[in-house]
Design a protein around this ligand. Structure first.
Ligand SMILES: [Zn+2]
Length: 129
């Protein structure tokens, strides 16, 4: 059983921010910023695109609810990050969204890599073929 399933089952304690029938949201033990929270569906799926539409809707609603709860922290903005696959930085193979509250002047908390020179027409061609 994966570590998030163990948290959901109560085998491992977590600092729960929000919970409903479909999702559990808890503070990340390695926070990138104050209030960094992970939202997980209660049913185990490895990747975002593997979730059935209806469960995905319930999950996304739970993500939004969690943002609303976190508003108490008085953040100025937030990032929502979801990594799929090891190459993308997914460390636990159970779908999870990071909600990372952002505060004015909090520095480089979440960053994209450098811009690459990529032929967009070629990419589109490959997708549409
Ligand atoms: Zn799991």
């Amino acid at each position: 059983m994966c570590i998030f399933c163990k948290i959901i089952n109560g085998e491992i304690p977590a600092k729960v921010v929000y919970e409903d029938e479909h999702v559990l949201a808890f503070l990340d033990i390695n926070p990138r910023n104050k209030g960094h929270t992970l939202v997980v569906p209660k049913k185990h799926y490895e990747r975002f695109d593997e979730m059935p539409d209806e469960e995905l809707c319930n999950f996304i609603k739970g993500v939004k609810k969690t943002v609303e709860v976190l508003k108490k922290l008085g953040f100025d903005g937030y990032n929502i990050v979801n990594n799929n696959g090891r190459v993308a930085g997914q460390e636990v193979n159970h779908v999870h969204f990071h909600i990372i509250p952002r505060y004015e002047g909090d520095g480089e908390v979440v960053k994209f890599g450098e811009v690459k020179k990529i032929d967009l027409d070629e990419v589109l061609k490959e997708i549409k073929e």
